[in-house]
Design a protein around this ligand. Structure first.
Ligand code: COA
Length: 264
């Protein structure tokens, strides 16, 4: 059962990049369950078809368009398809991202560029296309998916941390420039979730970050925790919130001592 009223996104249309798998699919599901018509977009057609079929079989209104968010023309095509189908695009979730663990010494010039292109330029491309096609005339909401480590030093993630720091910066600048258009722009910095590909790939480190007693709440989060935060930010419940990067991590990021006091 949801903590939210089931029609909080009624009549809204949402685009979720990277919506065919993982966190993006859960965000698309949560939006659909709360009244939105969703479009999922990512590179792999077979993943998109499977995810769309799954969401439709749950009674949700879903469409898909394949695209590489690094390519502005492809991004504009996605936005045009959504506008053709629904005539509006109220919510953009910039969730698509690329990641692989590599030390700087093992990272080629192109490896670094690839992640900045996907995570940062991709977020810019989609936001810009949606702004031009719909948001600037009608207002709306942008939710960027950031990361929990870009304000620290973190091994094996120089490329991702740099890109996500850029996403945080873009979040704030877009919020300032787009506020007068009635557009709110926020970001979520997810902690390591138990049920995501990222945690599977970063096994030990991520499991440590994910909790299992090491965050103040004492349990490992799930994709739905992030989807709920996205739902809040995309809804009118967050009508006076913009330019913020929200950690949704069970308090792991602010827990300096990692020290637990005994409690009853
Ligand atoms: N270690 C070091 N370098 C790597 C790497 C790794 N594990 N994986 C990819 N790279 C480098 C490649 O060698 C290439 O650089 P080069 O041309 O100098 O050799 C560059 O990154 C681009 O890789 P490529 O696979 O050609 O790019 P792509 O656009 O097809 O895919 C990713 C990029 C990030 C999507 C791909 O690496 C990937 O599938 N990652 C895992 C899936 C993922 O990111 N999921 C998101 C979870 S948050």
């Amino acid at each position: 059962m949801s903590a939210f009223r089931d029609d909080i996104l009624a009549s809204r249309v949402a685009l979720v990049t990277g919506g065919a798998t993982g966190l993006g699919k859960e965000i698309a599901r949560a939006f659909g369950q709360h009244g939105a018509r969703v479009c999922i977009a990512s590179r792999k057609q077979e993943n998109l078809e499977a995810a769309c079929h799954e969401l439709q079989s749950e009674g949700l209104d879903c469409m898909w368009v394949a695209c590489d968010i690094r390519e502005p023309e492809q991004v504009e095509h996605v936005v045009a398809e959504v506008m053709d189908r629904h005539g509006r695009l109220d919510i953009v979730v910039n969730n698509a991202a690329g990641n692989f663990p590599a030390p700087i010494t093992g990272l080629s010039y192109n490896g670094f560029k690839t992640i900045v292109d996907i995570d940062l330029r991709g977020t810019y491309n989609v936001t810009k296309a949606a702004f031009e096609a719909y948001l600037k005339e009608h207002g709306g909401h942008v939710v960027n998916i950031s990361a929990p480590f870009q304000n620290l030093g973190v091994s094996m993630q120089a490329h991702v941390a740099a890109a996500k720091a850029g996403v945080d910066s873009l979040t704030r600048t877009c919020a300032v420039e787009f506020g007068p258009y009635g557009i709110r722009v926020n970001a979520i910095a997810p902690g390591a979730m138990a049920d995501t590909e990222g945690v599977a790939r970063f096994a030990d480190t991520a499991k440590k970050m994910a909790g299992g007693g090491t965050n103040p709440l004492g349990y490992v989060g799930a994709k739905r925790d992030i989807a709920n935060a996205a739902l809040f930010l995309a809804s009118d419940a967050a009508s006076y919130v913009t330019g913020q990067v929200f950690a949704v991590d069970g308090g792991a990021g602010i827990d300096m001592m990692k020290m637990r006091l005994p409690h009853e």
